[in-house]
Design a protein around this ligand. Structure first.
Ligand code: CUA
Length: 182
């Protein structure tokens, strides 16, 4: 039977299946099952999958919470844009705004401590990409991501936007500081 020419017998679906075709259907089905089971398996045992929660949030509320954290825990300013660097206490809620075209503020976290990271866009879709760890999260407007993070190694990490978000997308870069435990 050909896919291009009409079938010789009009009731083609009542013909017996070729054994080789059955073999391929079984192979594809088993492979599909394996791929399906890999999703929960990899979520639990893969190291790179994030277990995050998402909540609806408004930009106003998110900005207010972020501003409150900055007012309380700012330690310095960096870059020409005078981005505040914030060092919140271990275990606290930390906020990071994505907007055209910056990450605000910069966070300075302590190695080995756990933080609740809240992540949200104020305008449209951005991508949170932490390098060189290669942790990637889509950041949506109207939704806040909540992740528990525990930086394991001190150092300066780069945050870049990896969703195209307009003319200055390439300038949407920032840093995440992880400092050794005191
Ligand atoms: Cu924000 Cu690209």
């Amino acid at each position: 039977m050909s896919a291009i020419l009409p079938p010789e017998q009009r009731v083609w679906w009542k013909q017996p299946i070729e054994p080789i075709e059955i073999t391929w259907i079984v192979v594809a089905f088993i492979w599909g099952l394996i791929m399906f089971l890999m999703m929960p398996y990899w979520h639990v045992f893969g190291k790179q999958n994030l277990a995050n929660e998402a909540y609806r949030a408004t930009p106003e509320v998110f900005v207010a919470k972020t501003q409150a954290m900055v007012d309380k825990y700012q330690v310095r300013e960096e870059t020409d844009q005078k981005i505040p660097v914030v060092r919140p206490p271990a275990g606290s809620d930390v906020y990071l705004i994505a907007r055209l075209w910056q990450w605000w503020p910069m966070l300075e976290l302590e190695e080995g401590q756990s933080y609740k990271l809240h992540l949200m866009s104020l305008d449209w879709l951005h991508g949170f990409s932490l390098q060189p760890e290669n942790i990637n999260i889509q950041v949506h407007p109207g939704y806040m991501h909540l992740l528990t993070v525990q930086p394991s190694k001190a150092g300066t990490y780069a945050i870049i936007c990896n969703e195209y978000c307009g003319i200055n997308h390439h300038t949407m870069v920032s840093r995440l500081y992880v400092v050794p435990k005191k």
